[in-house]
Design a protein around this ligand. Structure first.
Ligand code: HCA
Ligand code: CU
Length: 382
């Protein structure tokens, strides 16, 4: 298929950095026990995410113990921990068995003023210092500029090229406050792509509803690693959701996501929703209650003859099935005839149309459910 953006490279290589165990723990109602943290790590590992990002061992003694415990599980996913660009934190990461660190430094003027007050040169010097320690311990390193999209591009490029020249594995772009729009993400990632040799990670918040689109644009511009969390949980209203990101890629080409155990997605969403005390949203990507429900007559007619007419994602890949809603005033005779067939009732077109007319009139009077439809259809069987 022709890419909508002629400059965009086809997406060939990417990895997911799953951060339910770090960003997700920053969600308002999240408080995972050690057992839950391990269960989440294991479930995500079976699903097939490439990286797990865990809360810093500097956060609390239990967080440090849980990092060590998860790092010793022998999972396929690489175990990262998220640290400040600080030697003390780097030491703790090494001591607790992390294979890699995702470290960050605030670089926008807004955050530099509010947080550490350092100059660009001081940031780079500190990062070099910590990097050299981590490299002596063979730790995979990602360095991220917090609040990337409110940091001047010239500053970003200066920091990223300095870090790239140290031989770190990745630089990270973080839309910390959810302010970036897709074209902006595309442009900034493209500029970084042209300036560094290392991999590029993107972390996007969803305050203005662009987290999935931004992650996708980052990939199109050459990012290689995308941060996600189950249901998108994180600070405020969260980040790019794992399921939504998968949906975006599956809509483009399901081959991009076939390496994951997709049928586990509904369980993953349910598990995290329960642990943090929320419902899976009704309109959630793939796993929401209505994600594959077709209602209006025109839609149901087409979907019954070819699901691809109104479905760009195959529900079966995720162990889900489609629902054709019949018990309402927008119904159409194809859907009604199909419901009759399911009941073993064969209707002629004339009968199906007549039943549909009666159904619509009834639905104008009161709320119907499928039993009402079935009752009406059984009258035709007699
Ligand atoms: C935060 C930090 C962070 C870090 C992202 C990253 C963000 O909790 O404020 O390390 O790339 O959104 O900037 O989550
Ligand atoms: Cu974040």
């Amino acid at each position: 298929m022709q890419s909508p953006n002629p400059a965009a490279e086809p997406i060939t290589r990417f990895a997911m950095v799953e951060t339910t165990l770090r960003e997700g723990e920053q969600f308002a109602t999240a408080r995972f026990t050690s057992e839950q943290r391990q269960a989440i790590a294991q479930a995500l590992d079976v699903f097939g995410v490439e990286y797990l990002e865990l809360t810093s061992p500097a956060a609390s003694p239990q967080s440090a113990r849980d990092l060590a415990a998860i790092a010793s599980l022998g999972l396929k996913a690489r175990i990262l921990t998220h640290i400040r660009c600080h030697l003390d934190d780097a030491r703790l990461a090494v001591e607790h068995g992390a294979q890699g660190v995702n470290m960050l430094f605030a670089t926008s003027e807004q955050l530099r003023r509010a947080s550490h007050g350092r100059s660009l040169d001081q940031i780079i010097e500190q990062a070099q210092h910590v990097t050299s320690y981590l490299q002596q311990h063979n730790i995979e390193i990602r360095f991220s500029c917090e609040d990337t999209f409110r940091t001047p591009l010239a500053d970003l490029l200066r920091i990223y090229t300095a870090m790239d020249s140290l031989g770190i594995q990745r630089v990270g772009l973080a839309d910390t406050v959810g302010i970036a729009a897709p074209r902006q993400v595309y442009d900034v990632v493209s500029a970084v792509r042209a300036a560094v040799r290392c991999d590029i990670e993107f972390h996007g918040h969803n305050d203005s509803g662009c987290a999935i689109a931004n992650a996708f644009c980052a990939l199109e511009a050459g990012a290689t690693h995308i941060d996600v969390s189950v249901l998108g949980i994180g600070e405020r209203n969260g980040i790019t959701p794992l399921g939504g990101f998968i949906a975006r890629l599956a809509a483009l080409d399901s081959n991009l996501v076939m390496r994951y155990d997709l049928s586990l997605l509904p369980q993953l969403d349910e598990m995290i929703a329960e642990m943090v005390g929320v419902m899976v949203p009704f309109n959630n990507y793939i796993t929401g209650a209505t994600a594959f429900t077709h209602k209006a007559g025109l839609h149901t007619k087409a979907v019954l003859s070819d699901p691809r007419s109104y479905e760009v994602i195959d529900p079966a890949l995720f162990g889900r099935s489609r629902t054709v809603a019949v018990a309402h005033r927008l119904t159409g005779w194809h859907a009604v005839a199909e419901r009759a067939r399911e009941l073993g009732i064969v209707l002629s077109e004339v009968q199906a149309r007549a039943a549909t007319t009666r159904l619509k009139a009834l639905a104008d009077e009161r709320v119907l459910d499928v039993e009402d439809v079935d009752e009406l259809l059984y009258e035709y069987a007699e």
